[in-house]
Write a protein that binds this ligand. Structure first.
Ligand code: HDL
Ligand code: ZN
Length: 414
């Protein structure tokens, strides 16, 4: 391909990827109506659990010294450990600075108190719209838990929904802590039994139906440990196979599995204490084969699982894979995994989600990911051009819309 054609192609692809609005299909963000559950601002950015884990590695102070501090003091400690006493070169630290830059703030002063002043003028509502605008995110999928005592009342009293926020029904307590959750469901009027007997599965399906309707949930989801296996006769699998999947099939709800988290390997770090392990891709294939009428969404936490997961998605059209999740959400791995997925799956994949917990993070997570996706696409379109197949701008726009959430919307559509 001629160098000027390549230059034009590169410009078109980077422009389109940079400007295409995103549907962020998995986050821990909240509609502004959830009030105190909305995390935003510099202190929340600095105390994101990714940075806590990194800061704890910088000294030998007892963990309790940190946990006893209030949020601003925790943020100052992290600022000192990760930004002042050593260069903020990790992806999580870089993200904080990218966000501040995109907000038009000058970090050269390295003055945290001065930076804090800039956040005083915002409310959760106004800041939400500002961040969505900066990030060019058109839709944000929340992670919603009926079992959360702070979140549930907001759903029960109802609220005027922000047009950009949609929900996903999170099922970890139901699927991974049935003993306790059965009691909660029974208290709420669902005739379930801890031993799964009687009308339990039908009543769990009723619970799923009630809350899917209340939330207008886009899909159901669970985070499964690396040792999860489809073939094991466990309470988790019986609830999946006899409640969640029949419900999903009958109500057009896809089932998302995020697999590979080892919770609390270092309890001292609290939410920052989780780790990962490789999991079993054949279990996902067996699930997709056994339930062809269900639709499955999946991401895995271990780099070692990514290639086999791509192949599994080639084999099963009812399996849509997504995201460079958590410890994979770093430029080197995003590039490796995105290139592998485009080569094996073409456009039928969702390369990225943000997993944001703090609203401001939308700005940096998408600002960092977009050019990486653009670089891979530019290379692939250039390869096509070398065969004589030249994509048009509108074809690039069509493909990028699909990759940035459009294909996912089609996949989950009832
Ligand atoms: O279970 C999940 O959805 C994970 O994304 C965890 O929330 C994890 O703590 C996280 O925030 N990862 O980015
Ligand atoms: Zn998450």
């Amino acid at each position: 391909m001629s160098s000027e054609r390549h230059a034009t192609l590169r410009q078109v692809v980077h422009e389109v990827v940079d400007q295409t609005p995103v549907f962020d299909i998995h986050t821990h963000l909240f509609d502004p109506a959830f009030g105190s559950l909305v995390l935003w601002g510099i202190d929340e950015l600095l105390t994101y659990h990714y940075l806590i884990a990194e800061a704890f590695r910088c000294n030998r102070e007892p963990a309790e010294h940190f946990w006893r501090l209030d949020k601003p003091a925790q943020a100052e400690w992290i600022w000192r450990q990760l930004f002042l006493e050593r260069s903020p070169i990790s992806e999580s630290c870089r993200g904080v600075l990218t966000t501040l830059q995109l907000l038009g703030l000058d970090v050269r002063q390295r003055d945290l108190p001065a930076l804090r002043q800039h956040f005083l003028k915002w409310t959760p509502e106004t800041y939400t719209d500002r961040i969505l605008e900066i990030s060019r995110v058109r839709k944000v999928c929340m992670t919603n838990l009926p079992f959360d005592d702070e979140e549930r009342p907001v759903w029960e009293r109802g609220f005027q929904r922000h047009p950009a926020f949609v929900s996903a029904l999170r099922l970890d307590p139901l699927l991974l802590d049935w003993e306790k959750t059965a009691g909660q469901l029974h208290h709420w009027g669902y005739e379930v039994r801890a031993d799964l007997s009687g009308q339990t599965f039908g009543e769990v399906r009723r619970f799923l139906s009630d809350w899917t309707q209340k939330m207008d949930s886009q899909y159901c989801m669970v985070s499964l440990p690396p040792e999860w296996r489809f073939s094991d006769n466990t309470v988790t699998n019986r609830l999946i196979e006899e409640a969640v999947l029949p419900f999903g099939r009958d109500h057009g709800q896809a089932f998302a599995m995020m697999i590979g988290v080892r919770r609390g390997v270092n309890p001292q770090l609290r939410m920052a204490g989780d780790s990962l392990a490789p999991t079993d891709v054949p279990s996902v294939e067996a699930l997709c084969a056994a339930f062809p009428e269900n639709r499955f969404i999946c991401t895995m936490l271990a780099r070692e699982n990514q290639h086999a997961l791509c192949v599994a998605s080639r084999k099963f059209r009812n399996l849509h894979i997504f995201g460079c999740w958590w410890f994979l959400n770093n430029p080197s791995l995003i590039e490796e995994i995105t290139r592998m997925r485009i080569e094996l799956l073409g456009i039928g994949v969702t390369p990225q989600h943000s997993d944001c917990r703090v609203l401001d993070q939308l700005a940096y997570k998408w600002h960092h990911s977009r050019p990486i996706l653009a670089g891979v696409l530019e290379e692939k379109y250039a390869d096509l051009s070398d065969t004589g197949w030249h994509v048009t701008r509108s074809e690039v726009e069509r493909d990028v819309h699909a990759l940035l959430g459009g294909a996912f919307e089609s996949f989950i559509k009832h």
